[in-house]
Design a protein around this ligand. Structure first.
Ligand SMILES: CC(C)(COP(=O)(O)OP(=O)(O)OC[C@H]1O[C@@H](n2cnc3c(N)ncnc32)[C@H](O)[C@@H]1OP(=O)(O)O)[C@@H](O)C(=O)NCCC(=O)NCCS
Length: 221
């Protein structure tokens, strides 16, 4: 598969030409900065650093998509192939991804594990996140994998953690009774929440909880 995507869209309303391509060294510093800006409550050790991203670009660039507006990175979504045991689903981001958050990439792995997805705050709610998910889904279909798994960040839980458990919060968001700016968007993009992950990421706002989210490839054979 070609490691560089030649793909662009024009956002006519904002007169932007947004381009999407696979990760390369050109983007690693900006991707690391975007990651830090998006998760201000997380331990930077749990986030992708420039060094991690450089390793990612060597390990599996086809799995990592960068959206840029000229020279400015405005969105990114990465992932690696892994096997996953749904009978023992509990894991942390560090355990499942390995060194540099990509060391456990297994070219034969059944599932695409999403390690991160971020859109610059100034560029949100324009469909960039949806398009990044579409690129991931296209990759999964092209490589005939079972689907996408991720530990979904639940930022809205911070406002509810004193009145309900993370599991109840995820159930309420899934039922449409509460809105979460990340999980609701993921559900809207065809994911389902299959429970919660404890101590997934060192992030004080959500006490380390994440939703286990899954998208199943309907074309898998
Ligand atoms: C989650 C995230 C990646 C979404 O990115 P995004 O580019 O804003 O995503 P989209 O624009 O495709 O969709 C977001 C919402 O905007 C809406 N939207 C899309 N285009 C729109 C438009 N032109 N006008 C108005 N609304 C629009 C979508 O319907 C969606 O609404 P929903 O939340 O009710 O489903 C982004 O909010 C983010 O970076 N969050 C912080 C990091 C994070 O939590 N990452 C997830 C880790 S698991």
């Amino acid at each position: 598969m070609d490691s560089i995507l030649h793909y662009s869209i024009v956002d006519e309303g904002a007169r932007l030409e947004l381009r999407y391509e696979n990760l390369s060294d050109r983007w690693v510093e900006q991707c690391a900065a975007l990651e830090l800006a998006a998760f201000p409550h997380a331990d930077p050790e749990d986030l992708l650093s420039a060094e991690d991203l450089a390793a990612y670009a060597r390990t599996f660039p086809q799995g990592f998509f960068v959206c840029h507006d000229g020279d400015r990175v405005v969105g990114q979504a990465g992932g690696i192939f892994v096997d996953f045991d749904f009978d023992h689903p509990q894991h942390t981001i560090a355990e499942i991804t390995g060194e540099h958050q990509c060391g456990n990439h297994d070219p034969e792995g059944d599932w695409y594990y999403g390690t991160d997805i971020v859109v610059d705050t100034a560029y949100r709610r324009r469909g960039i996140g949806k398009r990044l998910y579409q690129l991931r889904k296209d990759l999964v279909k092209e490589w005939n994998r079972r689907g996408i798994i991720a530990g979904g960040y639940i930022p809205g839980f911070a406002d509810h953690k004193h009145e309900m458990s993370a599991a109840d919060y995820v159930k309420k968001v899934s039922a449409g009774e509460l809105y979460d700016r990340t999980l609701s968007f993921q559900l809207e993009n065809g994911f389902e929440a299959r429970g919660v992950l404890a101590n997934y990421i060192d992030s004080a706002d959500i006490d380390g909880w994440a939703a286990l989210i899954v998208w199943v490839n309907p074309d898998y054979s």
